[in-house]
Write a protein that binds this ligand. Structure first.
Ligand SMILES: [Zn+2]
Length: 261
């Protein structure tokens, strides 16, 4: 009787308290991508996400709460002199708060206003390295220099030192992660790739997002110099997801984490 009793208690506890968070596979596909690109992308996704799902990569965020009809928009590669402002205008129009993973090096006089504007309008300004290298090709010291220099620039412009980072190209391995984690940063990947970096047609981007969206998705988009099609696709993405019943949550709320020091 006794072992059975304990087993039942254990079962009850598991059911009540131990809701294991689900870590998604990364979605996002398009017939517009050629076979080679699709294969390359799928291989990268498996190689990167499997160690997170199996608990070998720690402190890596892929998605939010999969039980809620919420999504979080994230934009990489700002600031630039053009598209960042356009994205901010659209977000303002729809009253949506998003996250910007920004690159440190372009935060010069010309682009500094886009950084402060994003922060002032309630968006998160986060770390996307100093000049967009593959962090896996750098030494530990170089990785830390990339992260520190960028967070310091952001702090200089916004008063806040971000501790959330997104590696360029999503490129991480155990060594890189150990460095990132040891220095107090948390890695934020994504669960839905809009593919706006590859698809230059706004309808293909919209279609990809709408058909692949799931509860708790962190959606990857771009707002850099080359990303005109992202800007064109964004209003319809927001409108369609809203019609489908999704709410847009800031990343901090979505994954319950502090974005800044
Ligand atoms: Zn990037």
């Amino acid at each position: 009787m006794k072992p059975l009793f304990f087993f039942l208690i254990l079962l009850l506890n598991t059911a009540l308290f131990a809701t294991v968070p689900i870590i998604y596979d990364i979605h996002g596909s398009s017939p517009a991508l050629d076979t080679n690109m699709t294969q390359f992308l799928n291989q990268w996704r498996t190689d990167t996400i499997t160690p997170v799902q199996e608990g070998n990569y720690t402190n890596v965020i892929v998605n939010g709460d999969t039980t809620q009809k919420t999504v979080s928009l994230t934009f990489d590669d700002s600031p630039d002199e053009n598209n960042t402002d356009k994205v901010l205008d659209i977000l303002k129009h729809y009253d949506v708060k998003a996250s910007f993973f920004m690159i440190g090096d372009p935060m010069n006089d010309e682009n500094a206003t886009a950084v402060t504007r994003a922060s002032n309008e309630g968006h998160l300004v986060l770390n996307h390295s100093f000049n967009h290298p593959r962090l896996t090709r750098l030494t530990s010291e170089e990785v830390i220099a990339q992260l520190n220099a960028t967070s310091e620039r952001i702090q200089h412009l916004t008063g806040k030192y971000p501790l959330l980072m997104r590696p360029p190209y999503g490129s991480i391995n155990q060594t890189t992660l150990d460095t990132i984690n040891t220095h107090g940063f948390t890695t934020v990947l994504w669960s839905l790739d809009s593919l706006d970096w590859a698809l230059k047609d706004k309808n293909a981007i919209i279609e990809n997002v709408i058909t692949n969206v799931r509860n708790g998705d962190i959606i990857l988009m771009h707002s850099g110099r080359a990303n005109n099609s992202s800007v064109e696709a964004l209003p319809e993405i927001i409108e369609k997801l809203t019609q489908m019943g999704y709410t847009f949550l800031p990343l901090e709320t979505m994954v319950n984490i502090k974005a800044y020091k």
